[in-house]
Design a protein around this ligand. Structure first.
Ligand code: PBG
Length: 326
């Protein structure tokens, strides 16, 4: 059959028909909301992320309630650590009573049903801004970093997180964390691994949001995060993390890496999550401010694209806005 008997525009003639033929849907239950917590009594707007705040612990509790009421299943919590608690080794990460531990305990007490996911990486705690321990040359040392991150994961599990999210890209960290969690009887703490995390230019707004030091020593994270030009290595990273005990894997950034999400979704049977990172969110906000795009429609289109590429959920700073829109 051919034109004019086949007219593909027939199915697009009306909204009801377009609804019927759509194969991708987005719901609040597809969203994870990343938020920032600091050790101050007020919420302070983050310049680099319009609409986002450095929240007090009480502010974070309020947001958790709003998110839960809107049907958002989980939050990703990031600490903004006071400068006086930072050092070369990021030791504050292991303090049982640190900001993130207090925030987790408080949110869990008030909003027990929302999932709490916390990053495992040292960058909010180090003076040099890298995700791990560095040697004299500025190189991030793999195995010693894994030991510290394992302790950090146990500390977070003790504080009550539902899932730890290693975002450091060290080799072997998922295995070490999984073994430690099992040994300490945290059988149900999930590992949501940033498996395919690229050395991207899109993290800048986040780094200023958490007040991560501008990187010293090595000026970028290219010796541990993935080269943006390679897709096969990303598949190897995901395969490793699954074998080591990851429950879900993250591809990050999101929109510029939908090919990676699709490749992973076709190959692996674990849930694949996408992360619409800070720079992507800033781009949407800024283009809306400049009047070059309808923000809500543009945002929705990015979410549909993530889901169409094959992920089961998306981290996005626009989660609250989206959930209210949907
Ligand atoms: C830290 C971390 C980063 C992000 C999440 N965890 C930044 C980085 O790796 O430098 C980026 C999130 C975003 O840009 O939204 N390990």
């Amino acid at each position: 059959m051919n034109y004019p008997y086949v007219r593909l525009r027939r199915n697009s003639k009306a909204e009801w028909s377009r609804d019927l033929i759509s194969t991708t849907r987005i719901a609040p239950s597809d969203l994870i909301y990343p938020i920032f917590v600091h050790d101050h009594a007020e919420n302070i707007a983050i310049k680099s992320l319009p609409g986002q705040f450095r929240l007090s612990i009480q502010g974070a509790i309020n947001i958790a309630k709003q998110a839960a009421d809107l049907g958002i299943p989980a939050l990703a919590l990031f600490p903004v650590v006071n400068e006086q608690y930072k050092c070369k080794d990021g030791r504050e990460a292991l303090n049982k009573n640190n900001l993130i531990a207090r925030a987790v305990t408080a949110i869990k007490r008030e909003v027990p049903d929302i999932g709490l996911i916390v990053d495992v990486a040292l960058d909010p705690y180090t003076t040099h801004g890298h995700d791990g321990l560095v040697d004299e040359s500025g190189y991030v040392i793999n195995d010693q970093t894994v030991e510290v991150l394992t302790a950090m994961a146990l500390q977070l599990a003790g504080a009550g997180v539902d899932a730890v999210a290693p975002s450091d890209m060290m080799d072997g960290r998922v295995k070490a964390i999984r073994e430690a969690l099992e040994a300490e009887k945290f059988h149900n703490v999930q590992i949501i691994s940033y498996s395919a995390k690229f050395a991207s230019n899109f993290y800048g707004s986040f780094r200023s949001a958490v007040g991560a030091a501008s990187l010293t020593g090595a000026k970028d994270k290219k010796t541990y995060q993935l080269d943006i030009r390679s897709s096969r290595v990303a598949m190897l990273e995901i395969e490793q993390d699954i074998n080591e005990g990851a429950d879900m894997v993250i591809v990050k950034p999101g929109l510029p890496y939908l090919d990676i999400i699709r490749m992973a979704a076709d190959r692996f049977n674990v849930p694949i999550l996408g992360y619409q990172v800070s720079g992507e969110y800033s781009m949407l906000k800024l283009s809306a401010q400049q009047g070059v795009m309808n923000y809500e429609q543009g945002l929705l289109e990015t979410m549909i694209s993530f889901k169409r590429a094959g992920c089961s959920a998306v981290f996005t700073y626009a989660a609250l806005e989206l959930a209210s829109m949907l």
